[in-house]
Design a protein around this ligand. Structure first.
Ligand SMILES: Nc1ncnc2c1ncn2[C@@H]1O[C@H](COP(=O)(O)OP(=O)(O)OP(=O)(O)O)[C@@H](O)[C@H]1O
Ligand SMILES: [Mg+2]
Length: 308
């Protein structure tokens, strides 16, 4: 018989997918369901389960996600606080996030990159049409499947788009986001809009075709100052198989001023669909990056390998 510690509500935890800084993501089965449907549970780690701001962030993610319905966005099914361990119930999707899928560089994904970029953009565009700014667009926040199907996740710091008078008085209480992908205005705590996500998405497309984020720094401040003032690198200079058209489009997405970027993700998609990504079509790799998904298999493994 299963031990109760392996259950959260009706969900039996079957496999740990990933341990993050504040949450664990588990594959779980709904034992009360005839079909034994599988989900992903995003569970606050025990040291964060009583932290009011972490619980509020998880609830916020539920509130953002529950109103979104698109095949390009992970469905947020429920928010439950069981045994003092609050968790989200999510649609279960691919084992790999985009960062992991890129761990052997851009080549293994080259032949499906057009599909990945388009679907990643469609997920973001859908969010924008519902008046949400994601504010944490990065490779770790996209899940990618073997055939290139891609879904956007992690709405923890999403904000509604501000309009009218509320725009004038905006000042971020704290600067949130991920340094390697943050737009200059987000770093400065200024008002973010669709074009701030487009900047971050430009960094994501750069990484998809070169294997590296556009800027790195010796220190966190060094990295941030590069987003603010360093010249924008060319993806074609990093990878000579990238067309100059795509390199130019990425550069415009990463323009320092919002008004110099594509005005919407839709504008980006129109342009992207009209150009080639690669000069020479990449081959289908013999070994797929999706074949060797490692990771911890059960709660017991986790206890044995706390550092993994
Ligand atoms: N629905 C899902 N299906 C499969 N895997 C998922 C799902 N949701 C999240 N994951 C995995 O868990 C990771 C972390 O998820 P998420 O980004 O929502 O949490 P996080 O709190 O931002 O974590 P971190 O502290 O690592 O940034 C994802 O990058 C992905 O690998
Ligand atoms: Mg995340």
């Amino acid at each position: 018989m299963s031990k109760s510690r392996d259950f959260l509500g009706p969900y039996r935890l079957s496999r740990l997918i990933r341990i993050g800084s504040t949450a664990e993501v588990w594959e779980a089965v709904d034992d009360t369901d005839m079909q034994k449907k599988k989900y992903a549970l995003k569970v606050l780690r025990s040291n964060c389960a009583n932290d009011k701001s972490e619980v509020a962030a998880l609830k916020h993610e539920f509130n953002v996600g529950k109103a979104l319905s698109s095949p390009r966005i992970i469905k947020v099914v429920d928010f439950i606080a069981d045994k003092g361990r609050p968790f989200l119930v999510l649609e279960l999707f691919s084992e790999l996030n985009m960062k992991q899928a890129l761990r052997k560089g851009p080549e293994p994904l080259g032949y499906i990159v057009d599909k990945i970029v388009e679907q990643a953009a469609e997920g973001l565009y859908y969010m924008h049409t519902k008046n949400w700014i994601h504010r944490d667009i990065k490779p770790d926040n996209y899940l990618v499947a073997r055939d290139g199907e891609t879904k956007l996740i992690d709405f923890t710091i999403a904000e509604t788009k501000r309009t009218g008078i509320s725009k004038l008085f905006y000042k971020a209480k704290t600067v949130q986001g991920t340094r390697s992908y943050m737009s200059p205005e987000q770093i400065r705590g200024k008002l973010c809009d669709e074009r701030s996500d487009i900047y971050s998405f430009g960094c994501v497309v750069y990484e998809l075709v070169t294997g590296k984020p556009p800027f790195t720094g010796q220190t966190p401040n060094d990295l941030l100052s590069k987003h603010i003032s360093a010249s924008i690198p060319s993806a074609a200079a990093q990878n000579n198989n990238v067309t100059s058209e795509l390199a130019g489009l990425i550069k415009r997405m990463m323009a320092k001023k919002q008004e110099d970027r594509p005005a919407s993700v839709w504008e980006f998609l129109k342009e992207y669909r009209a150009i080639e990504t690669w000069r020479k079509r990449p081959r289908v790799p013999e070994e797929s990056v999706f074949d060797e998904v490692g990771g911890v298999k059960s709660a017991d493994d986790m206890v044995k390998r706390p550092g993994s």
